[in-house]
Every structure is written in C-alpha cells, then in structure tokens.
Design a protein around this ligand. Sequence first.
Ligand code: ATP
Length: 192
Amino acid sequence: MLNIVIFGAPGSGKGTQSERIVEKYGINHISTGDVLRAEIKNGTELGKTAKGYIDQGQLIPDSLMIDILASVFDSFKDSKGVIFDGFPRTIAQAEALKVMLRERGQEVSVMLDLEVPEDELMVRLIKRGKDSGRADDNEETIKKRLNVYHSQTAPLIDWYKAEGQYRHIKGLGTMEDIFADICKEIDAVAGK
Ligand code: ATP
C-alpha cells in the first residue's frame, strides 16, 4: 500500500494537490480538516468540541484526533493506499500513526513537505477566507494557526528526516509544476 503523508503550513496547498494525487494514483484521501468540518456541519458532539479549537486557531487534542484517524483509516477496506492530509500535526500524532500502520503491517511510504514562504501563505489564506467564508481564514486566526504550525507541527520535519521518509517539495510555482515534482517522488517510492 501507498501511504503518503502530505505536509505543510496552513495554505500550503495540501488539499489541492491531494485531490490530484487521489485521481492519478487511485488512493483514498483522509483530510482531517474536512472530517472535522463535516462533523461541525452535522452538529455532532465531536463537531461542537472541534469548533471550539478550530475557531481559536488551536489544534484538536491528540488523543481525540488519533481515535478519529484510526476509525477513518479502517473504513477503507482493500484500499490501494491513503493520502494523509492534515495528519500528523504533532510528534505524538506521528508516533501514533507509525504504531497504527505497523499494527496493520504497513508504514508511511513518503512524507511530502510542501514549502511555501510565509508572506505567500498569508495572502492565500486571506483570499480563501474571502472566497469561501471559512471562519478560521481571518487574519487573527491565521496568525495563530501559523504560530501553532511553527511550534507544534514544524518539528515533524526533523522527525520524518530521521525516519528517512522526508522529501522537500517547492510549493511555489504553477500547480502543474508542483504536481509534477510530487509525482516524481511518489513514483520513486511506488517503484514505477
Ligand atoms: P490547508 O490550507 O493546507 O488545507 P489548513 O491548515 O488551512 O490546511 P485544515 O487542515 O483543514 O486547514 O485544518 C483546519 C483546522 O482543523 C486546524 O487549524 C485544526 O484546528 C484542526 N485540525 C485538522 N487536522 C488536525 C490534526 N491532525 N490535529 C489537530 N487539529 C487538527
């Protein structure tokens, strides 16, 4: 199985590139942000809890996130692979993902880090907030999310380097160029 972690700061383009990867490689997409937004929309207890954190630009607690991830992962039977988009976001989540996959006889195939300069991230997220009305895409919450990214999520770069799974992708340029770079890395691990 192809288990791809797509990684990057908020606004780095993980969601957009994930959709293309899913289409080309025929794998399943797990976007933890999408899962949480669906729960909020449906007014579930989990959605209510999640909303409090998301609106503050904070992360949902690890234990809760890890349970959600495992149940979504197990809902894909006979899958060719999965792209993890928005997970892991902390070292504890990365360790839990490693254990979860190992228990199922699998591992992360590759971690793709979409790197985008900070001023570009701000521009993209503010534009997305205006277009989509996503409540956490306002200037104040974006700044908090970027701080959370630097303090809690960016340490995963060294963690995945140590695992030998890290690949850097330049996240600036046309969507096609970025996608081509991503495909090169995936094809290298998929042995195609
Ligand atoms: P992108 O712009 O690249 O799609 P994003 O960071 O803007 O990414 P989402 O990935 O959709 O947006 O996440 C939105 C919010 O959902 C986060 O700010 C966080 O509060 C919550 N969240 C999503 N995934 C996790 C996770 N793995 N752990 C904790 N909280 C999470």
